[in-house]
Design a protein around this ligand. Structure first.
Ligand SMILES: NC(=O)c1ccc[n+]([C@@H]2O[C@H](COP(=O)([O-])OP(=O)(O)OC[C@H]3O[C@@H](n4cnc5c(N)ncnc54)[C@H](OP(=O)(O)O)[C@@H]3O)[C@@H](O)[C@H]2O)c1
Length: 280
């Protein structure tokens, strides 16, 4: 069990969705919060809410794809709180659409936000997390929590860029888990399925995918935030969150042909639909 009381947690993607909810839950558990995202107004609103409950928090707005902003966020956190104990990588973007109609600009943007930005945040935070371990007592260990996606374990049709970025992120996480053992840093992975985050469809880089995704039936972000915080507290190395995500995770291990058939069927369905529409 990891007690976050009095520990400094840097949460990316804190302006809305999963990151915002993770921040409020950590505040309830007594963590000290450094919050970041681009939307200054949303961060200020969250900061006011948290401080009204007596929580200690500070906002460091910035675009994580910019090296200067990343430096400012991490050095600001250290200047303000003097330490860093947990990095929560919640920021991300999604692109929903077919590979054949996508562009280089989109895939590069997705990789920048979902892979290079958290990777460089981890690099910047590592010395402080290492110091957290070296100065900790009672066996407390610092952690990096990477909120990836089940798309990082199985490639979903109509989401090639997103799946590529999340596979890269999952690979990075697994590799660092070994490397960071010698620094005493735990590296945890959370894999949500489709989540009904705030205005999710509005924030998609593209929203023209052809496979059917049940956005209305998607998981509530509160459920995912609970699971993310539980992963940190219980030190769960990898957690597939929700029935759909768990089904794909489990299916990949034990029934890969079944999962492949399920995904192909989704594509056949829209191909058939398109053919019928063309003929009509
Ligand atoms: N929603 C889903 O269906 C789903 C499923 C599986 C995994 N996930 C993953 O879970 C994480 C959170 O998703 P969510 O549903 O909470 O998404 P969301 O509601 O769209 O929130 C994304 C967060 O990332 C921040 N962000 C985006 N681009 C940024 C940038 N360039 N610099 C700094 N911050 C940036 C956004 O803040 P600003 O816009 O203010 O910068 C926002 O706070 C993501 O990594 C996502 O891939 C989501």
């Amino acid at each position: 069990m990891r007690d976050v009381r009095g520990r400094v947690v840097l949460v990316t993607g804190a302006s809305r969705g999963i990151g915002r909810r993770v921040a409020t839950r950590l505040a309830e558990r007594g963590a000290i919060l450094a919050l970041t995202a681009r939307s200054t107004d949303d961060l200020t609103k969250l900061l006011d809410e948290l401080r009204a409950t007596g929580a200690q928090a500070e906002a460091f707005p910035g675009d994580l794809t910019e090296p200067v902003a990343r430096e400012r966020i991490v050095s600001g956190t250290i200047a303000r709180f003097g330490q860093l104990d947990v990095l929560m990588n919640c920021a991300g973007v999604c692109s929903f659409g077919e590979f054949s109609t996508s562009t280089e600009a989109i895939v590069r943007r997705v990789m920048e936000v979902n892979f290079f930005a958290p990777l460089e945040m981890i690099r910047l935070c590592t010395p402080y997390l290492t110091r957290s371990f070296e100065t900790s007592r009672n066996g407390w260990k610092p952690a990096v929590v990477n909120v990836a996606s089940i798309c990082g374990r199985w490639g979903i049709p109509s989401m090639s860029e997103h799946c590529a970025s999340k596979h890269a992120f999952v690979g990075l996480t697994e590799s660092l888990r070994g490397e960071f053992e010698r620094f005493g840093i735990d590296t945890l992975l959370v894999l949500p399925g489709l989540v009904r985050s705030d205005d999710l469809q509005k924030h998609l880089l593209r929203n023209e995918g052809k496979i059917h995704l049940n956005f209305e039936g998607a998981q509530p972000p509160d459920e995912v935030a609970d699971a993310v915080v539980k992963s940190l507290v219980k030190n769960r190395v990898e957690k597939a969150v929700g029935f759909a995500s768990w089904g794909v995770w489990f299916g990949k291990r034990f029934f890969p042909r079944g999962v492949r058939f399920f995904m192909q069927r989704k594509v056949w369905k829209y191909a058939k639909r398109e053919k019928t529409e063309t003929m009509a």
